[in-house]
Design a protein around this ligand. Sequence first.
Ligand SMILES: C=C(O[C@@H]1C=C(C(=O)O)C=C[C@H]1O)C(=O)O
Length: 252
Amino acid sequence: MEAGGEQLSLAAVRDQLIREEDSIVFALIERAKRPRNAPAYSSASGGRGQSLAEFFVREAEALYAKAGHYQKPEDVPFFPQDLLPPLFPTKDLPKVLHPSASSVCVNDAIWKMYFDELLPLFTADGDDGNYSETVALDFACLQALSRRIHCGKYVAEVKFKDAPQDYSPPIHAKDSNALMNLLTFKAVEEKVKRRVEKKARIFGQNVILEDSVDNQDVEFKVDPNVLSKLYDLWVMPLTKDVEVEYLLHRLD
Ligand SMILES: C=C(O[C@@H]1C=C(C(=O)O)C=C[C@H]1O)C(=O)O
């Protein structure tokens, strides 16, 4: 999150979420270049009972951690066990969140959603043998989704700061449902869904030099409806789970 310190406002955080949409749409478009490539996900593929996809994410995260990644609250590894601390100096970032933010993580749910539900919706059936490229593209998708969803920590912090009188009673009562209702803005969610669908149309079209007379048969690299479904069913609900989880410990 770039909007650190005193500038942390709901508008700034929402701007960051809008920017994250671009990363997610592009990551999916990139992954859609390859077919499903199922062998990359079978547990025999990566040795030691793990899939190539799992092996790749574990090894990539180990490298990222050594290079200084995972220092920010929204950058959460999928396999935090055994990650080494950064090998190079890192700059201390302003701490804008409650310390309990570091334990909020919904990556297990993101992992399951991505492989079990999302992949079949936007990749073609088939196997072209490009497994290592495929899992690198999956890693980019997973990271972009996870970063967006864990930005919910900042959303929750600004919402709490803007109205501590409203949030404190349900936090003390550990009332998750009341918190969920308080932090939900249906009108914002509708706009988010429409915007990601539009981004998939704009970013995912084939750009041609001739002016097209007939727009009927335009094909998109990723079905725009998949983007709005992804946000509706998974990205926004998981972001809100992060918000609730963060708020429950906000007054610890
Ligand atoms: C993130 C927010 O909180 C909730 C989740 C949203 C989302 O994930 O996009 C949108 C609106 C809210 O219901 C927000 O208010 O911006």
